[in-house]
Design a protein around this ligand. Sequence first.
Ligand SMILES: Cc1cc2nc3c(=O)[nH]c(=O)nc-3n(C[C@H](O)[C@H](O)[C@H](O)COP(=O)(O)O)c2cc1C
Length: 271
Amino acid sequence: MVADVKALWQTRYRQEPPVALPDNAVLRALMSHHSVRNYLPDPLPEGALEMGIAAASSAATSSNLQTWSVVAVEGAETRAKLAELSGGQKHIAVAPVFLVWVVDLSRLERIAQARGLTAEALDYEEAFLMSTLDTGIAAQNAVVAYESMGLGTVYIGGLRNHPEEVAALLGLPPRSVAVVGMCVGLPDPAHQNGFKPRLGQDAVVHRERYDAHDADAVAAYDKRANDYQQEQGLPSRLWSVTASDRVETKQGLGGRHVMRSVLNRLGFALK
Ligand SMILES: Cc1cc2nc3c(=O)[nH]c(=O)nc-3n(C[C@H](O)[C@H](O)[C@H](O)COP(=O)(O)O)c2cc1C
């Protein structure tokens, strides 16, 4: 564990901080994030699962509509099926808890129907976008909470490989979809990743107006990220090459280019 935010900044960006930095426990925790893919099978400490969800519930939510749900899966058989549906990601079967984060417009529909209302607004893409954003914000609060308790997490976007099968397995109602999964468990100390460097603030921060002249900043990041790859014993590859290869064709979406029609079938009209 690196001690202070200046050291964490240097690790995250592989650059010197340009200014003196505020330092506190929350900032240190946020900047210490790394995904965990190797878990001990031990159960979570008592109350940890619920506390993480409470952190999620405490996040801001658009118009206080609270349009997300989470399915906490602890059963080994269901986790094994979800691992398979997510592209054979073994950590899902090993970590004791798998949280399935659900964009959930179904609850509002039920509430509206109980009052004899149509809930027309839920048919629009904006409602889906709003709910997706809220779900992600909530999930990230849970990540921070779990990490603060010494637990590890990794998001599982692979859960979107087969949204209809996941919906059937978990009994999700129409107008809800599992958008991301999350393993939660005790990290196996024998196998842990380092802190992956991120694009510098020279690439991602725009002052007053957007500036698209970012080629030098990206090239400099490529070099820093490649140094990390080599230190980790991973193949040497430039981030910009990997990232742009990934978006070159729809094949990079891993079969999820059909998402609009899948969402339509799950009850999202996306008008
Ligand atoms: C929405 C989302 C989906 C992700 N899906 C997966 C996944 O399916 N499998 C996996 O091993 N990691 C997944 N990740 C983790 C990313 O690969 C990881 O965050 C990224 O490589 C940066 O590494 P770090 O989190 O260790 O800093 C996902 C992350 C996010 C935010």
